[in-house]
Write a new protein. Structure first.
Length: 367
C-alpha cells in the first residue's frame, strides 16, 4: 500500500509541529523518517496511524483519502519504542491480542489464531518463547514480540516509532539487520522514525530528513549522504567540520589555500563558513609547496579501520580528520605535532555564510 502525504500541517497551540509536509512512499518500501528531537517525525507517524488528526492537508493510503478514517479502519500496525506489551500476558497471548479483539464477524477462529501466532513467532525467531512472560525476555526479544503483535492483524502499512531506541548498541545492530531481512521477506510498506543516522542509512530504502516541521530532503541513503540538498542535511548526516574562511577578491582563503568562488556567486569581503567531512581532508608533515592550513594534533584515536585525528587549526577551531591506517603509520603522527591540512580534492568544502547557518540557501556552493 502506497502512502501519499499532501501538505499536512499540525499545530499544538502556538507550536507548529508539521508545516505543509508533502511526501510519497511507494508500495513495499521501507522508509526512515530521520531528524532531531522536535523535528516533527513522530507527529507525522502518529498522523499516518490515525492517532493524531492534521489541522490541514490530506493523507492518502493506496490512493484513498484516509484523513477522516479512524486508526482501526486504516489497516495500520504500530510498534512503539517501549514495546507496550501487556505484562500479565504471555508472549503468545500478546501476539494473539489484536486478533481476539476484532469484531465477531471478522474475528478468526481460535484454531486460525493459534496458527497465525505460531507463524509469526517463527518469523520473529521466538517460537520457543510462546509461554514466557514479557519480564522473562530481553529488550530485543520484547521488541520482536511487539513487532509480531503489530503484524498479527495483517496490516497494509507498518509504522515503527524509534523501535530500537531503548536497546543497547549491539542489540540495535543485530535488530537492524534482522528488520532488513524481515522486510525483504514480507515486502510490507513500512515507515520507521529514528534520530540515529547510521540506523536510517543502513536499513532504509528511502530516507526522509526532517527539520523544524519540514521535509529537508527525500532520497536513497546514498543520495542524502553524498548529495545533500541543504546545509542542514549535510551537517546532520555524519561528522562535519566547520572551518572559518576569509573572503577576498573572489577567493575564499584558508591558511595559504586560495579557493576560487563559483561564477556568479557574489560575496562581500569578510568571513564565511565552509563545511567538510573528516574523510575529505588529508594531512602531511610538510607543506610540499601546496596550499594548506596548519593545525596541531591534539588527540589520536587509532582504534578501528580509520584513524581519527582531533586537531586544532592555527586560528583555534577544532578540526577532525579521518585517515586510512596505512597513511597514519606512514606519517608517524603523535599528539602536539604540527601538520599541514588540505582538502583531498576540489569541491570538498561546502560554502555557507555564517548568517545562513540554519536556513537552506537557494543553491549549494562547493569549492
Amino acid at each position: 500500500m502506497s502512502i501519499q502525504i499532501d501538505r499536512l500541517t499540525k499545530r499544538f497551540g502556538s507550536f507548529t509541529a508539521l508545516n505543509e509536509v508533502s511526501l510519497t512512499i511507494p508500495t513495499g518500501q521501507l522508509a526512515a523518517v530521520l531528524g532531531p528531537s522536535g523535528s516533527g517525525k513522530t507527529t507525522l507517524l502518529r498522523i499516518i496511524a490515525g492517532l493524531e488528526m492534521p489541522d490541514e492537508g490530506q493523507l492518502f493510503l493506496h490512493g484513498v483519502d484516509a484523513t477522516p478514517l479512524s486508526a482501526r479502519d486504516r489497516q495500520v500496525g504500530f510498534v512503539f519504542q517501549h514495546y507496550a506489551l501487556f505484562r500479565h500476558m504471555t508472549v503468545f497471548e500478546n501476539v494473539a491480542f489484536g486478533l481476539r479483539v476484532q469484531p465477531r464477524r471478522s474475528r478468526p477462529s481460535e484454531e486460525e489464531i493459534r496458527g497465525r501466532v505460531k507463524e509469526l513467532l517463527r518469523l520473529v525467531e521466538l517460537e520457543d518463547y510462546a509461554s514466557r512472560m514479557p519480564s522473562q525476555l530481553s529488550g530485543g526479544q520484547r521488541q520482536r514480540v511487539a513487532l509480531a503483535r503489530a503484524l498479527a492483524v495483517r496490516p497494509k502499512v507498518l509504522l515503527l516509532d524509534e523501535p530500537f531506541g531503548a536497546l543497547d548498541a549491539r542489540v540495535r545492530r543485530d535488530l537492524r539487520a534482522w528488520l532488513r531481512r524481515l522486510h525483504e521477506e514480507l515486502k510490507i510498506t513500512s515507515v520507521f522514525v529514528t534520530h540515529d543516522q547510521e540506523e536510517a542509512l543502513e536499513v532504509a530504502d528511502q530516507v526522509v530528513v526532517m527539520n523544524a516541521g519540514r521535509v529537508e530532503q527525500v532520497g536513497t541513503p546514498e543520495e542524502v549522504y553524498h548529495k545533500p540538498a541543504t546545509p542542514f542535511v549535510y551537517q546532520f548526516l555524519g561528522s562535519v567540520n566547520r572551518l572559518r574562511l576569509r573572503v577576498r577578491g573572489g577567493y575564499a582563503h584558508l591558511g595559504t589555500l586560495a579557493l576560487p568562488l563559483p561564477n556568479g556567486l557574489a560575496r562581500e569581503e569578510g568571513t564565511a563558513i565552509a563545511l567538510t567531512r573528516p574523510h575529505l581532508l588529508d594531512v602531511s608533515r610538510e607543506a610540499n609547496g601546496e596550499g594548506h592550513f596548519r593545525a596541531r594534533v591534539r588527540h589520536v584515536n587509532a582504534a578501528g579501520p580509520l584513524v581519527k585525528l582531533d586537531l586544532v587549526a592555527e586560528w583555534g577551531d577544532p578540526v577532525h580528520v579521518e585517515l586510512p591506517r596505512e597513511r597514519y603509520h606512514e606519517l608517524a603522527l603523535a599528539p602536539e605535532m604540527v601538520v599541514c591540512v588540505r582538502p583531498k580534492e576540489p569541491g570538498a568544502l561546502l560554502l555557507q555564510p555564517p548568517d545562513e547557518e540554519h536556513n537552506a540557501p537557494a543553491e549549494m556552493y562547493y569549492i
